[in-house]
Structure formats: structure tokens, C-alpha cells
Design a protein around this ligand. Structure first.
Ligand code: FE2
Length: 229
């Protein structure tokens, strides 16, 4: 039976940010300071997203499973600490780049940033993979899908509105059409218009273009079938 994967949407958003940033790094000539600053903005954004995500997992999700396998949960938490160190290392290298006096120094710092980001990406891809295999195994063993959906709703409710708005855009860029339709339809049914409307607006700009119109048409059709009072 296909079970509810509590990590699916957020991990897709985070992987999308990693892939997109890695590609931008490949396209950056670090001799050009303005070019480099554009990619530093993306690196800072992805590092902040992983910091927040690790924090939410440690404080909201882990308490639900800690007692069933404390050793394994501790290993995930220690990977979150390692992730913080790796993120700080990247920020430190960016500061070194900004202090560089010559193009050559900038190229050397840029190369160090590129390698460090690759390590960061590999580490986090493996970490998320472990969570989706090992943590899900545990979650599925002790909780039903209905309970997991409740836990998920609790996590979403605890996230500040501005962080959620950012994350929603990143999710929308990295999910398939079935996930997009299910997400939007369920928000429409369960949340007030001030939550749904900004999401609907995001579909115009953030959904992958090859299925954007198909999903917008399906949502509009649903709207006609169930008028809002
Ligand atoms: Fe994690």
C-alpha cells in the first residue's frame, strides 16, 4: 500500500533549491563580483531553508518518534548539527571571497565555494534520502496515515507566514502535476480564502510551464463546480 510520505513536498522543494543553485554556481565566473553576488544570494537562501527545516524536524517531528528508536533519532539530530556547520562554512567562504583583493584571489575563493557547495549538496541529498527511507519506516510502523496527516498539519501551522510563503513557491516549482492539483484542491477545501488565493496566484508564476495551464484550468473547473459563499 502506498503510504503518506510526510517529507515529500518539502524535500522536493529543498532538492529543487540545491539543484538550481548548483547549476547557477556552474554558470558563475567568480572573477565578476556582481555575478558572484547573485549566486551568493541563492546559497544563503538554501542554507537558511535547511536551517529552518532541520529545526522544525528536531522540535516538532522527532518528539513523535524519539521514544521508539532513540539511537537512530539521535543520529538524525547529529546530522542536523553537521548541516549547520557545513552551512556556516559556506557563509565563511563567501566572506573570504568578499575580502579578496584581486581577480585571482576571487577565482580561488570561488573554487573553494564550489567544492564546499557540492559537499553540502551531497550531504543533504543523502540525509534526506535516509529520512525518507529510515524515518518513514518508523513513522509508518507506529502511526496511521490519518495521524501523519495531523502531525503534518501541526508542523505547517507552526511555520511563520513569511517562511511558509517562500516555501510554497519553492514547492510549487518542484512538484508534479498530480501533487500540485491535490495540494491546491485540499487547501481550497480546508483553509480560508486568504490562504488559498496567494497559492492560486503562485500557480501563474511558479508551476512548471508544461502543465501550468492544465492545472489552472482544472482548478477553475473545480471552482465552477463548488461556488464559494
Ligand atoms: Fe532532516
Amino acid at each position: 500500500m502506498l503510504r503518506f510520505n510526510i517529507f515529500n513536498m518539502i524535500h522536493k522543494a529543498l532538492r529543487g533549491m540545491l539543484y538550481n543553485t548548483a547549476q547557477s554556481i556552474q554558470q558563475t565566473w567568480f572573477g565578476d563580483k556582481a555575478d558572484a553576488e547573485l549566486v551568493f544570494e541563492k546559497i544563503h537562501e538554501v542554507v537558511a531553508a535547511f536551517e529552518n527545516h532541520g529545526h522544525h524536524e528536531d522540535h516538532i517531528l522527532m518528539p513523535y518518534v524519539e521514544k521508539y528508536d532513540p539511537v537512530r533519532i539521535a543520529s538524525f539530530e547529529s546530522e542536523h548539527v553537521e548541516d549547520l556547520y557545513m552551512g556556516n562554512h559556506l557563509k565563511h567562504l563567501i566572506n573570504i571571497y568578499r575580502d579578496a583583493a584581486t581577480d585571482q584571489e576571487r577565482m580561488i575563493a570561488g573554487s573553494a565555494i564550489t567544492r564546499a557547495f557540492q559537499d553540502y549538496m551531497i550531504f543533504n541529498l543523502k540525509h534526506m534520502q535516509r529520512e525518507e527511507i529510515e524515518l518513514n519506516e518508523l513513522l509508518w510502523e507506529v502511526y496511521t496515515d490519518e495521524q501523519l496527516l495531523d502531525i503534518n498539519a501541526g508542523i505547517i501551522a507552526s511555520i511563520p507566514a513569511d517562511e511558509m510563503a517562500q516555501t510554497a513557491g519553492k514547492m510549487m516549482m518542484s512538484i508534479n502535476k498530480n501533487e500540485a492539483l491535490n495540494w491546491l484542491s485540499s487547501v481550497k477545501k480546508t483553509a480560508p480564502a486568504f490562504v488559498y488565493n496567494p497559492l492560486l496566484e503562485l500557480t501563474e508564476t511558479h508551476l512548471p510551464e508544461h502543465y501550468r495551464e492544465e492545472i489552472r484550468a482544472a482548478l477553475l473547473e473545480e471552482e465552477n463546480l463548488s461556488p464559494v459563499f
